[in-house]
Design a protein around this ligand. Structure first.
Ligand SMILES: Nc1nc2c(c(=O)[nH]1)N[C@H]1C(S)=C(S)[C@@H](COP(=O)(O)O)O[C@H]1N2
Ligand SMILES: [Mo]
Length: 155
């Protein structure tokens, strides 16, 4: 019984660590923390809401979308630009990004899914994944505890 409980707690924890990514009406895919590890990372120095500066390391949002099958190449133009990304946290908080804010052809401003702050894994109230958007003067889109990423089309 006790072993069962431990196993259950363990699998729930690893479930919570997974990221769900859905491109349009495709079947949602699960991106594990181990999958994220393999994607290109970037480190930035940025101050959080409390004004404390830290070193944040993570994967750019466009890299995660690319990993899930979206292309950021020359095909991303015209009607394809009328798409947007919805980030949902475990507490239901949501933030929205337009594609030119993410596309490296359009901007050098990083939008990152960070797994570490000052080289240490994020505490439970922030992580395991937190968005870091250094260009924002307000921290509206520094979503804590990210659970899901969706690419949707403006109707
Ligand atoms: N999951 C989640 N992330 C969130 C929020 C929230 O309510 N839930 N609030 C946002 C807002 S408005 C701000 S100002 C910052 C505050 O982050 P901090 O308290 O970790 O500094 O988190 C952002 N990320
Ligand atoms: Mo805020």
């Amino acid at each position: 019984m006790r072993l069962l409980f431990i196993l259950l707690a363990f699998s729930l924890q690893s479930l919570a660590a997974d990221l769900i990514v859905q491109i349009g009406t495709d079947k949602p895919i699960t991106v594990k923390m181990a999958d994220l590890e393999l994607l290109p990372h970037q480190t930035v120095k940025a101050a959080d809401h409390g004004g404390k500066e830290a070193r944040w390391t993570g994967v750019p949002l466009y890299q995660v979308l690319q990993h899930a099958g979206m292309s950021f190449g020359d095909s991303l133009r015209g009607p394809a630009l009328a798409q947007y990304v919805v980030i949902t946290a475990t507490d239901g908080y949501k933030a929205v990004f337009a594609l030119p804010e993410l596309d490296p052809r359009s901007t050098d401003d990083p939008v990152l899914f960070c797994e570490t702050m000052n080289d240490a894994p994020l505490p439970a109230d922030l992580g395991p994944l937190r968005m870091v958007v250094p260009k924002e003067k307000r921290h509206f889109r520094w979503v804590r505890n990210v659970a899901k990423i969706e690419l949707r089309k403006v109707e």
